[in-house]
Design a protein around this ligand. Structure first.
Ligand SMILES: [Zn+2]
Length: 76
């Protein structure tokens, strides 16, 4: 079962800082999102991606979900 390894806090902060607290896909400000932003793996871990900052993107929930292949289905 592919389990998503947690992204270390320090790395998360680096990504958020790089993204300037905006989704790196649609550029919405995190403050304007309903669910906030999450760290997204550009290349998913199960496809050989890493927790390296270069493989991470700050993504709002809709972008994160639109991209994810088999993430938990959280529908409203
Ligand atoms: Zn977005």
């Amino acid at each position: 079962m592919a389990k998503r390894a947690p992204v270390p806090d320090g790395v998360r902060e680096q990504v958020a800082e790089r993204a300037r607290d905006r989704c790196e896909y649609c550029r919405i400000a995190e403050a304007d999102t309903f669910w906030g932003c999450q760290i997204d793996h550009v290349i998913s871990l199960k496809h050989g991606g890493t927790n390296d900052i270069d493989n991470l993107a700050y993504a709002c929930a809709p972008c994160n979900r639109a991209k994810g292949s088999d993430m938990k289905a959280t529908r409203s």
